[in-house]
Design a protein around this ligand. Sequence first.
Ligand SMILES: [Zn+2]
Length: 207
Amino acid sequence: MSTYPQRVADNILPLSQAETLPEAFGEWYFTGITEDHEQAIEECELCNQEQLRYHFKIKNKNTHKHLWIGSQCIIKFKVAVFEDDRLLDEKETKKKLNSLIKKMRFTSCMNALRQLAQKENHNILDNALDFYQKNKYLTPKLSFVIFWRLKSHGIDHSPSFFKVSLKRDKYKNDLREMEPHRVHLIWPALTSSQRKLALSMGHSAPP
Ligand SMILES: [Zn+2]
């Protein structure tokens, strides 16, 4: 079995002009193109890491070859990332990659909501779609309805990608008064501080 550095070299050198690492990496840049495979089933074409959900397309400026890789490899191998022709430093790169992942997660949530609205001709679901599009979060009550309906239709979705807001007192009260099984259903969408708040209200984590 080949070692990790060997695998990386074997994958990138044949597609580069430079014949050694790390020189070869100097020819590569992130194209800004991403792909969400909906499930963690893909492989990084650079390091062969498996179970990737998101792919980031990098390209060689000399050979014009490309590879679909994981975001971690962009950071690890310092693949050039630009924003309006400006080369980003490491911190900015991480921020940009995170915001791209966030965007893909939002799109995935919107797709699930759209599928749901098509399956059920119900006002509340059309409203939920508009509400999420506009606010980028759900209320506790709305999130319960959404997760319940998504689940019963078997629509593929990742509850943890949805954001629930508890900013308003009304939302906090709604959570406080929610039945335990409903809280358990929306639990994956809550942040760790929201979960703490729920516990302090007397709720429990799902079994
Ligand atoms: Zn990789």
